[in-house]
Ligand binder design. Sequence first.
Ligand SMILES: Cc1cc2nc3c(=O)[nH]c(=O)nc-3n(C[C@H](O)[C@H](O)[C@H](O)COP(=O)(O)OP(=O)(O)OC[C@H]3O[C@@H](n4cnc5c(N)ncnc54)[C@H](O)[C@@H]3O)c2cc1C
Ligand SMILES: *[C@@H]1O[C@H](CO)[C@@H](O)[C@H](O)[C@H]1NC(C)=O
Length: 482
Amino acid sequence: MATVMSNGHDTKFRSADAAEKRRLLHHDADVVIVGAGILGCALAVTLGRQGRSVLLLEKSMKEPDRIVGELLQPGGVQALEQLGLADCLEGIDAIPVEGYYVSYFNSPVQVPYPKLTPSSPSPLGRSFHHGRFVMNLRNAALACPNVSVVETKVIDLITCSHTQQVLGVECVTNDLKDCYFGHLTVVADGYASKFRKTYHPRTPKVRSKFWGLELIDTKLPMPHHGHVLLSDNAPILLYQIGTHETRILVDIPENTPSASVENGGVKGYLRTITLPSLPESVRPAFLAALEQGPLRCMPNSYLPSSSSTNKTPGMVILGDALNMRHPLTGGGMTVAFNDVVILKDLLSPQQVPNLADTDRVLRQLSTFHWQRKNGSSVINILAQALYALFAANDVNLRALQRGCFRYFELGMTDGPCGLLAGLIKSPSVLFFHFFNVAFLALWLVIREGPIYKLPFLLIRAMIVFWTACVVIFPYMLIEAFC
Ligand SMILES: Cc1cc2nc3c(=O)[nH]c(=O)nc-3n(C[C@H](O)[C@H](O)[C@H](O)COP(=O)(O)OP(=O)(O)OC[C@H]3O[C@@H](n4cnc5c(N)ncnc54)[C@H](O)[C@@H]3O)c2cc1C
Ligand SMILES: *[C@@H]1O[C@H](CO)[C@@H](O)[C@H](O)[C@H]1NC(C)=O
């Protein structure tokens, strides 16, 4: 028997009561959600509040202890507000985030989140302990009378052999097999999804890993800001996640020679390469954390969604299982919450009276695929393109990296930062700023040498421009048309 988490509600509605009985006794609901993470919880609450009967299945209800999902962009905060879940940010010692502090070979520039109109308040993001935030989201689901949360490990999808329709899931709890059925099964089991293989045409590409440490009582150069440190090496992120705790994430690309076993491995890299590049004020806490551990790591994946993904009746893949981008820009949770905002409307009882109507659901999911692009593709392209520039490993990418930093120095921060924050959902704005950066990078290359070198510099500038196109167009195409 699976462990059912009680939600202690008052049983006012007889039909809601009968639905709960059907969930708990017959394991049958309108919606079965696999994974009570960022996306699963928000979707469960949203659909439950619309009167749907929801089963939310999670393999471990213990507080997650992970180095992911710790900085929520202002666009994600807004989406949480639209979902009526903003109070999940309370009571977890969350730190307000006002923007970024970008340092390029130790010269810094401030990149504040832009106000969308002069009179509106400054947008704020939040950074926090991931596990505490997830526990608040889970508690919101537990407090929802139309949602039953069950601690169980899903091991397979149950499909109808004639129609291929997904009917529900098979799970294991305490070595006992069990099944749950729903008109719609939502796969939201995260970055290492076990269930996307057969249904998603793409596989995640991993170019680097983030190595994380927790620093205690360290002083950042600019409190209430995400810190991005750029140099000849891959980027480093620093942000406070609680009154006393600061996260550092160090990006190390696959096959980095200075992190090879002969060179002392990752610990050697962190000691000889990372430590000297940190602000003085951060070094003591970093050394202490390095000595004490634990040192943890996560793969940084890119997984574009595809128009052929959610075409199976009775099922939808969402969250990281569907779509990932490099976490440099902290966009994953914002994309997930925005997706729930879109589905709140597209799957509402007004639009889809009965979720058993799989044709109708599939039509809505096709609309969802294209509608979510405005927001998600901007965040995805920006994350991948910025990572290419910030982890620059050749002279042309370095020229673009320099162009990007000078662009910020010139005060051109509102557009790029608004895109990153999830506040501006317009691919054309991204395109505009990216090529402004590219042209600035060209100009800086041309001005590098004396006039008699001009022919040579012009050729170099053309190669830099070509590099910019190679960085962005593949992502633009795949995000816009697939
Ligand atoms: C290094 C790193 C740093 C990141 N930093 C940020 C950041 O600062 N800001 C940001 O917005 N995003 C960040 N992200 C991305 C963010 O973490 C994800 O986008 C987000 O967590 C996705 O939510 P999800 O619900 O799809 O998956 P998850 O939050 O991973 O939830 C999946 C849930 O499914 C459960 N589950 C898995 N398998 C099963 C099963 N078989 N049966 C039952 N349950 C199961 C898991 O236990 C988990 O609770 C980062 C990612 C990485 C890799
Ligand atoms: C639960 O669902 C019922 C319909 O079954 C609906 O009337 C009620 O408003 C829902 N309750 C909440 C708290 O969302």
